[in-house]
Design a protein around this ligand. Structure first.
Ligand code: AMP
Ligand code: GLY
Length: 424
């Protein structure tokens, strides 16, 4: 079987690694991929938003299954383009990917179907938003409606900050057209947990939980990033929490999408907050998380190809989704300055230390080859150093040990990924 994976980050490296384990797979392509993925797949130089070219490639090369990693092509309708050409593809159609593509849509869905989330109001007029803020409790959360690279959420401590935030999002268009609409949401407190799930339109099977670290600096200081590291499973995702979410959130979301005529097939990523009043949905994503995929998929015991096919065919109820009884920790090695300004193009050395080890992984997030085939840094998040072990504490120690194996100029990491494990 020939598989095409679309994307170029650490998430796609983790997906390709899982696909490679399937005995059914004979060939993997990745478009556009990166220097790490090149060890497992043939790289195809087509961008993730070039839907027709990607579909041409899949058709011309007799690709049996395409797996879409990032949110932008999913929200842009890549799955519809592939399906219209009779090509098998894993991911939600455009009318379902809106679950991530519009926060106003997802909030209205949760309200209509009684899925627990923060109270909110939606605005398309900045003056009305500001009038509303004058009567609201602080802190308060502002969310640009559309996709904004995970940066379109502002937590405002007081009215001045909130008014400035409305102006940034709605008038200055800091996040472009994503800010045409604004969701203003109640501020919640609690631990965050990410639960990814496979969905076939009707049936949902959750993956093992994970906890991300979104801020750039230790002790959750600094700016929000795409994620600086994480661990799986989360010890705070207890059986009680799981039971509540099964009864009130997961299946209800899948059924709600079906009732709206927006059947969801693919991955739903539930960003949850464990508040004092119980679990609440912070956000939905319509794809694997990055770096959640790195810690979750390394622990997947079942054949991922069987699961992808079951999601497409509507047979997930009869397909096992099982995880190893172990733990994984991922520490992101970034370019110093991320998520703002950073330099790239520095040589990375020491990568060969990971070769031949099946409990250490170096997922490439932003890397490329130089003309003479050296591996260079090519992004803010550069590598996701990941280790598995019987316990979270051992996995954390191993992941941090392995961060020392690789070197590049301006290497930066958080030193407290998984600190919460000690509080469990
Ligand atoms: P989102 O992209 O919606 O997950 O938001 C990014 C981050 O902002 C989340 O991971 C939370 O840390 C924070 N956040 C989002 N919504 C809220 C909320 N209603 N209350 C408190 N924090 C929030
Ligand atoms: N790590 C968070 C995300 O993928 O959105």
């Amino acid at each position: 079987m020939k598989v095409l994976v679309i994307g170029s980050g650490g998430r796609e490296h983790a997906i390709v690694t899982a696909v490679k384990k399937s005995p059914k797979v004979t060939k993997i392509y990745c478009a556009p991929g990166n220097a790490g993925i090149a060890k497992l797949a043939e790289l195809v130089n087509i961008g993730v938003m070039e839907f027709e070219k990607l579909a041409d490639f899949a058709a011309d090369n007799a690709v049996d299954l395409t797996v879409v990693g990032p949110d932008d092509p999913l929200v842009g309708g890549i799955v519809d383009v592939f399906e219209a050409r009779g090509l098998r593809v894993f991911g939600p159609r455009k009318n379902a990917a809106i679950l991530e593509g519009s926060k106003a849509f997802s909030k209205d869905l949760m309200k209509k179907y009684n899925i627990p989330t923060a109270a909110y109001e939606t605005f398309d007029d900045a003056d009305k938003a500001i009038e509303y803020l004058k009567t609201a409790d602080m802190p308060i959360v502002l969310k640009a409606d559309g996709l904004a690279l995970g940066k379109g959420v502002l937590i405002c401590q007081n009215l001045d900050e909130a008014i400035a935030g409305v102006k940034e999002i709605m008038l200055d268009k800091k996040f472009g057209s994503a800010g045409n609409k604004l969701v203003i949401e109640e501020f919640m407190t609690g631990r965050e947990v990410s639960v990814l799930s496979f969905v076939d339109g009707k049936t949902i099977k959750t993956m093992s939980s994970a906890q991300d670290h979104k801020r750039a600096k230790d002790n959750d200081e600094g700016l929000n990033t795409g994620g600086m590291g994480n661990f799986s499973p989360s010890p705070f995702y207890t059986e009680d929490v799981d039971k509540f979410c099964r009864e009130n959130i997961y299946q209800r979301t899948v059924d709600a999408m079906a009732s709206e005529g927006r059947e969801f097939k693919g991955v739903i990523f539930f960003g949850l907050m464990l508040t004092p009043k119980g679990p609440r949905v912070l956000e939905f994503n319509a794809r694997f998380g990055d770096p959640e995929a790195q810690v979750v998929l390394t622990r997947l015991k079942s054949d991922i190809i069987d699961i992808f096919e079951a999601c497409i065919d509507g047979t997930l109820a009869n397909t096992p989704v099982e995880f190893e009884d172990n733990a994984a920790v991922c520490v992101i090695l970034a370019s110093d300055g991320y998520p703002l300004e950073y330099k790239k193009g520095f040589e990375i050395t020491g990568l060969e230390a990971f070769d031949g080890k099946d409990d250490y992984f170096c997922f490439h997030a932003g890397t490329k080859f130089s003309e003479d085939k050296k591996v260079l840094t090519n992004g803010g998040r550069v590598l996701g150093v990941t280790a598995t072990a019987p316990t979270l504490k051992e996995a954390r120690a191993k992941a941090y040990e392995a961060t020392e194996w690789v070197s590049f100029a301006n290497k930066y990491m958080r030193t407290d990924i998984g600190k919460a494990i000690d509080e469990a």
